[in-house]
Design a binder for this molecule. Structure first.
Ligand SMILES: Nc1ncnc2c1ncn2[C@@H]1O[C@H](COP(=O)(O)OP(=O)(O)OP(=O)(O)O)[C@@H](O)[C@H]1O
Length: 254
């Protein structure tokens, strides 16, 4: 199996704050990687660095064995929908079409019939076709998230990056998103930042625990030892509100 993504000795700074330190990470093609870690642990920074939006001060990043700037259009990005401006006056169909535009100004030119067809097919696949004329401000959180995923899928990415796709969603909407991602994972590599540890072992294939450094990367079996290392002491803070957290073997009795 090929490596979809490879990071080697990656360091990222914001002026004098080091957000990522010495990151080595290999993600296989068709993996479904969940990235967890405390607030401020560098998860969003890692996604932005993979997207090429932030330049590491040192280290190498390769996407399907190519430097990131050579592999344009391979990575689809779904931003945190809670940070998306819902007041922007645009409907669902136009958000999905935006994903097909190579640059923003093309939005004001006529949309090709082939682009219309592609947007329509994606909206049907993601069960948002019936919402196509709705303003995004009128959507529920789960519906808006599916619209943003549809926008990212428009370029037919080989890798899909998602930043907290289920934040603020109820359990029904969460399951819908995770089942959709599981389905999409049949044909693409998925890398997802999440705080939602209750589901992690049932959906993701591997897990990375990040707190400036990468403390763990492997099977989605979280032990008390790993969690303590990533989140620091006290461990109770991590488990608060996460009754189904995946603790295994002798680590169950925390
Ligand atoms: N634009 C910025 N300028 C300066 N420092 C930043 C900037 N963005 C992030 N940081 C800092 O970099 C570190 C990592 O932030 P990042 O947003 O990547 O963490 P995160 O794991 O995504 O956090 P959260 O779970 O809260 O979203 C933090 O210390 C943060 O304050």
């Amino acid at each position: 199996m090929r490596n979809a993504l490879e990071l080697e000795r990656v360091n990222v700074f914001y002026e004098n704050v080091q957000a990522l330190s010495n990151i080595y990470l290999k993600v296989k093609e068709n993996d479904f990687l969940g990235i967890i870690g405390p607030n401020g642990g560098g998860k969003s920074t890692l996604l932005k660095t993979i997207l090429g939006l932030l330049k590491p001060s040192s280290g190498k990043i390769r996407v399907f064995d190519q430097p990131i700037n050579k592999e344009k259009g391979v990575i689809g990005y779904v931003p945190q929908f809670t940070k998306f401006n819902k007041n922007f006056p645009i409907n669902v169909k136009d958000v999905v079409l935006m994903g097909l535009m190579k640059n923003y100004y093309k939005m004001f030119t006529r949309v090709k019939a082939s682009e219309e067809k592609r947007a329509e097919a994606i909206m049907k696949k993601l069960d948002i076709f019936q919402l196509r004329d709705r303003q995004i401000g009128q959507l529920s959180g789960g519906q808006l998230q599916r619209v943003l995923i549809a926008r990212a899928l428009a370029i037919r990415p080989k890798i899909l990056l998602l930043d907290e796709p289920t934040a603020n969603l109820d359990s029904n909407a969460k399951s819908k998103i995770y089942n959709l991602l599981k389905y999409l994972n049949k044909n693409m590599t998925i890398i997802m930042v999440t705080h939602d540890m209750s589901i992690i072992s049932s959906y993701v294939k591997s897990i990375a625990c990040l707190n400036t450094e990468l403390f763990y990367h492997g099977e989605p079996k979280l032990t008390k030892h790993i969690l303590r290392k990533v989140y620091g002491w006290p461990i109770d803070m991590v488990e608060h509100g996460m009754p189904h957290i995946a603790l295994h073997g002798e680590e169950k009795n925390v």
